[in-house]
Design a protein around this ligand. Structure first.
Ligand SMILES: *Cc1c(COP(=O)(O)O)cnc(C)c1O
Ligand SMILES: [Zn+2]
Length: 412
């Protein structure tokens, strides 16, 4: 049984039933999924959710599927790590890391949105799935398509990290690298989606795709013992995850699963691609597109589709946002690795660096609960830290050589 009331326009409210559509034909506003929250509140409880398998479908009443989910049965429910050593380094009392660097099967938050979008694609009867991607999305679409036995085309910029490229091609989709940045790739894919009629997870299936991001927020609340954090810092690329985490918190309150306690949400961007943070700092509603130039390639989207809704969610909550330079991002990656044993990609380094800034600015108080969003895995982007991390000592396989090395280290 489904608790959705179908697609409706976010701006004018027009209803569209249940179909693979993402733009309102009346006003060109984005379409979103409606739910019967009263019906959900009457059936859903902590006990029911906790009795279910530890994957993102444990919140299925609040997700857009009509039957049983077909894919993503191992995605989601990643650890919320109590980060005491990082907390000490940042001088705060209560800090958590929501760690999607170990999400299944492709080690980023994208396994959530793709699980939901491809489940919808299967329900709609598509035989081909596709995406425009900065890397992680292509990895996840390729893997899920392989598992579902669907034909797959992925479109990526031609300057991605090796790990991100091979992390797609190993699943043997048809991979197309475009000379240009993500915004060029996305523009082309909009035309391809129109012409070929495939299921582009982040274009025509976007209303379904974005819903998957709510599970990140649902899990944070459940893992805090059905409580909302006071502060959560989230990276922004196209602008999907941040407003959806905010929506997740609101929905949990709406259906009576958490108390309505105050929370603030903060956006983190790379200084080399910070169109949303720039608008936030200017007090503007209009997001001026930028040309990305940063090592944080997974979040390098110069013209974010949902940037406007990121601004809205941040401002409504009383939160804020900051940008981190590439050097600060690398330091953020190393700090998280050194203190918590978590190796994130530059997107996560951005969140750590921005959290540090917001604490130092006094925007986030030191004695309230804070969640840092780690959305991707550092093993895919080794080039980002290759020149910044120590190199191993190189010796022959003889005890005397190790003795000599050890002595020299002791004398340091
Ligand atoms: C895609 C992505 C994000 C956020 O993207 P949104 O489009 O804003 O949802 C964050 N981190 C990583 C690692 C990503 O791949
Ligand atoms: Zn409309």
């Amino acid at each position: 049984m489904s608790f959705t009331t179908g697609l409706k326009c976010r701006e004018c409210g027009e209803s569209y039933g249940w179909k693979p559509l993402h733009v309102c034909e009346m006003c060109f506003g984005p379409l979103e999924i409606g739910y019967d929250y009263d019906a959900i509140a009457s059936v859903l409880s902590h006990r029911i959710i906790e009795s279910r398998p530890r994957n993102l479908w444990r919140y299925k009443e609040l997700l857009p599927v009509s039957g049983e989910p077909r894919i993503g049965l191992y995605s989601g429910f990643t650890p919320l790590v109590k980060a005491d050593r990082l907390a000490a380094a940042l001088g705060v009392e209560e800090l958590w890391v929501k760690d999607d660097s170990c999400n299944h099967p492709t080690f980023s938050y994208k396994d959530r949105v793709v699980s939901v979008a491809i489940s919808a694609a299967i329900e709609f009867g598509f035989d081909t799935v596709s995406c425009a991607s900065t890397g992680n999305l292509a990895n996840s679409v390729s893997a899920h398509a392989a598992r579902a036995g669907l034909r797959c085309f992925i479109f990526i910029p031609d300057n991605l990290e090796r790990g991100k490229v091979i992390g797609s091609t190993v699943y043997e989709p048809t991979a197309v690298a475009i000379s240009g940045n993500y915004d060029d790739v996305n523009r082309l894919c909009t035309e391809i989606a129109d012409k070929y009629g495939w299921a582009f997870v982040n274009i025509n299936l976007r209303p379904f795709y974005t819903e998957g991001a709510k599970t990140y927020g649902f899990e944070v609340a459940e893992q805090l013992g059905w409580k909302l954090p006071q502060h959560i810092v989230v990276p922004t690329a196209g602008g999907t995850i941040l407003p959806k985490v905010a929506q997740a918190f609101e929905e949990l309150v709406r259906v009576g699963l958490v108390k309505d306690t105050p929370w603030k949400i903060y956006t983190a961007q790379a200084a080399g691609c910070a169109p949303v943070v720039n608008a936030l700092h200017r007090g503007a509603d209009l997001i001026e597109p930028v040309k990305p130039n940063t090592i944080a390639k997974s979040i390098a989207i110069g013209n974010p589709a949902d940037g406007y809704y990121v601004l809205g969610a941040v401002r409504d909550s009383g939160g804020w946002g900051e940008a981190a330079t590439d050097q600060e991002i690398v330091e953020g990656i190393r700090l998280l690795a050194r203190t918590e044993g978590i190796f994130t990609e530059p997107a996560g380094g951005t969140t750590v660096a921005v959290t540090k800034k917001l604490i130092e600015q006094g925007r986030i108080p030191r004695n309230e609960s804070i969640v840092i969003s780690v959305t991707g895995n550092g093993y895919k982007t080794l080039e980002a830290v290759t020149d910044a991390v120590p190199v191993p000592f190189n010796i022959g396989a003889r005890l005397e050589e190790f003795d000599a090395l050890y002595q020299s280290l002791e004398q340091r």
